[in-house]
Design a binder for this molecule. Sequence first.
Ligand SMILES: Nc1ncnc2c1ncn2[C@@H]1O[C@H](COP(=O)(O)OP(=O)(O)OP(=O)(O)O)[C@@H](O)[C@H]1O
Ligand SMILES: Nc1ncnc2c1ncn2[C@@H]1O[C@H](COP(=O)(O)OP(=O)(O)OP(=O)(O)O)[C@@H](O)[C@H]1O
Ligand SMILES: [Mg+2]
Ligand SMILES: [Mg+2]
Lengths: 478, 478
Amino acid sequence: MKGFTQLSVSDWFYRNRYIAGFSNPARSLYQAVRELVENSLDACEIAGNLPYITVDLKLVSERKSPKVYRLTVSDNGTGIPPEHVPQAFCTVLFGNKFELKQHRGLFGLGAKMAVLYSQITTYKPIEVTTCYDGCIEHSFQLQMDLKNNKPIVLSVTSRKLRKPRTGTTVTLYLVGDYDRSLGSRSTGELIIEYLRLSAIANPHSTIVFSDPYGMIYKFERSVDKLPPLPKEADPHPHGVDAEMLKRMIEGSRNTSLQAFLSKNFDRVGPRKALEFLKWAGFDPSRDVKELSNEEIVKLTNAFKAYDKFLPPSSNILSPIGAEELKAAIVKLFTPEFVKTVTRPPKSYSGYPFQVEAGIAYGGPMIEKMCNREGNFKLLFRFANKIPLLFDERGDVCRKVVDGINWRQYRIDDATPIAIFIHVCSTRVPYKTAGKEMIADVEEIEEEIKLALMDCAREVRRYIYRKLKAEKEQERLNI
Amino acid sequence: MKGFTQLSVSDWFYRNRYIAGFSNPARSLYQAVRELVENSLDACEIAGNLPYITVDLKLVSERKSPKVYRLTVSDNGTGIPPEHVPQAFCTVLFGNKFELKQHRGLFGLGAKMAVLYSQITTYKPIEVTTCYDGCIEHSFQLQMDLKNNKPIVLSVTSRKLRKPRTGTTVTLYLVGDYDRSLGSRSTGELIIEYLRLSAIANPHSTIVFSDPYGMIYKFERSVDKLPPLPKEADPHPHGVDAEMLKRMIEGSRNTSLQAFLSKNFDRVGPRKALEFLKWAGFDPSRDVKELSNEEIVKLTNAFKAYDKFLPPSSNILSPIGAEELKAAIVKLFTPEFVKTVTRPPKSYSGYPFQVEAGIAYGGPMIEKMCNREGNFKLLFRFANKIPLLFDERGDVCRKVVDGINWRQYRIDDATPIAIFIHVCSTRVPYKTAGKEMIADVEEIEEEIKLALMDCAREVRRYIYRKLKAEKEQERLNI
Ligand SMILES: Nc1ncnc2c1ncn2[C@@H]1O[C@H](COP(=O)(O)OP(=O)(O)OP(=O)(O)O)[C@@H](O)[C@H]1O
Ligand SMILES: Nc1ncnc2c1ncn2[C@@H]1O[C@H](COP(=O)(O)OP(=O)(O)OP(=O)(O)O)[C@@H](O)[C@H]1O
Ligand SMILES: [Mg+2]
Ligand SMILES: [Mg+2]
């Protein structure tokens, strides 16, 4: 591409796909599974259904290389309105999760990256079968026009369902490498680990994985009801910049400044709006649509400087829950001792977030994993209930774990512990479009530290009592 | 944004600007300086001019908060053709560095992110003054239509230059925080460090920085001629996927497969093309435009599997040079000893790359820096001659440094050393759009390790001789 050009966004993400996690065939296979499963979990949550998700991965190539797989992911979620299916899978930056709400998805990119990668490695069309209204099921064969960011609909068929249900099934073919090692484990092991940890973060969901060797892994739900579901939030004054405010004003009717503020911002009512406007030096009865650009900037700066706004609504978040997290850790890791905690909600730059953590100590399984990894502080990270398995070194969670003085909690370099950290928010500050690292936001870093210290204190108490009991036993035996 | 929507790419990067390094006012100020300076260095290189770049940063706000700065960056580069100026600064994914060549820029995004951040924090238009033809200078006042990814041209003026010259000056206003600490140093110190390290990587360039307190920092060029400049490369067969091949075929005339391969691929001539096509089972005289999608995929897979292609051309890269790097390190860090090395070029996935490294040992300056950082392995990273100052933990360079057994080189935890690593390539695999971390590409990781070991061996020899001389001295003194 010589000379001055404008790239389409699909072309840009095609050329820079490694930024979204599609770097090599092994990693891309993992990422494709992840993007589809996360879409299914989001869809089931939005539908209010207990998730039942199947993942089928089969080797379809005959030659030794490249390995071509057929990946099929199926769910009982909302389904997708047929008029939106082609764009949902073939138009980059198209989606319905751009709102201020705790979803797994947020970029409008994931499904398209999986489709893009499938296309450039096999040029086989993808197939999407979905039912949104409960009675008519539509099946699409699609390809991406990567130059123009448009779908190419190769075929559409529809049929009446005998039994009413909603949901989506996506099938795509892609080059991958299930057996190749990525770090200390194979891609297959990482995919299974991802699904297993998804079951920890989503104890109400059942995920069935059928691998290329015909093995079936069934992660059964351990809880039979949905957690309290996330809700949409209004923007908070601390999360506003001049562009955002300008657009909110353009989208509103002619109305007084006071009314505008009290209708559009999280936990800002008429009285708080009046209080703030007087402090900021604005006439509350002024027509909001008459503000000049300079005044909009002045108002935005005043928002940020005013410290008497109530913190953002936090009942809109959906944590895993300390008891649920503990039960899942016990079931999966059979530790000798585990302590979990859910911190109270906080906020950064106007976005509410909540940190949950757990430390599991000892037990044969954790000891074995520590020995195999050569690392006695195993770290399991989650963001909006998504397990993050890559790029641990660049994640704020690892930074906090490395910065804690563990010896003061009787945890030295040979004490086998597994650390679990979950950050949920209306906007998780990922470092990359591949969603593998949480950025070093001060408020989040601080909360992770406090959560780990809460857990570590309990672990210390347990270890102390255990040592005491052991000494007592020795004393009695002598 | 509720319901199904398609975001424009400018809207997407506005909402996700932290992914491009614009996370908080302090970091954003740094990133804005960086993006403009890197554009200037690219432009001077393309023009074949010894770079003379001025950076002026002034605090213009009167109130204590927020701090509004005026940033002006000026260069003697190519200038920008006036018909392209509005889009170059206001249309995301517009640029002229999408080719396969070693530039600092590659995303078509940097300038727009700086302008976007300026706009959402101050809503002041940016000003770009540029001369491309050497005689008429154009001045633009611009804003971004962020919803539609279009420039808004507020004014254009032009004047005849009395003396012929080319170059560009960009002025923008933005909220920042020059004094706030980011990690262990202030934003201002990091900006100065960035410019100082740029002078190491670009010894032929002069950069003058005038800070908000009126201090002038002049980084004078230490070399009076340009390094051998990078050239454009043809795609290499190992760097091809089915989409890319399909487009190359669509863009070519009707021609035989053999002619198509020998004209379009790096170091593939008619004989190598014939050899490969026979091996891959293709008729060399077949019309390339008649290939079906399946055959294109088969050809792409054959490209990747064939191991008799010559490695990619490497004379197209432009390393700093071992001698130049050493001279710059000596000048800036006055170490007791320094060893630098430029490794031979290699390639990953068809992209040529080259690693250079240096280890500087001892001397008062390095000792002082090690003590202040509390870290005795200072790491200075560069990619395509850009200093990388953030997100060290997530960078492959840090991973390699942590993985080396330094004690076998007589370098223990209290030995003060500074490590320099430079990776240049036609495509540096950055993890993020903010260009702060190099990804863990195996071939690159291996080369960094070998380069550091080359340098470490020399440092060990020096330390050994030093200790021996000290013992000898003690012996004589007794
Ligand atoms: N299994 C599914 N069930 C229902 N809707 C789906 C499903 N898969 C995709 N979608 C729809 O397609 C849209 C695009 O999905 P995509 O993964 O590309 O983006 P996203 O999930 O919104 O964000 P992200 O890029 O962060 O994953 C979604 O917003 C959703 O509306
Ligand atoms: N100082 C300058 N001199 C000459 N051309 C410039 C200058 N600044 C910007 N440009 C032009 O504007 C284009 C857009 O710049 P921008 O920084 O947005 O993208 P880029 O440099 O191509 O890639 P990246 O996003 O990686 O920086 C450049 O490709 C270049 O053609
Ligand atoms: Mg998604
Ligand atoms: Mg640039």
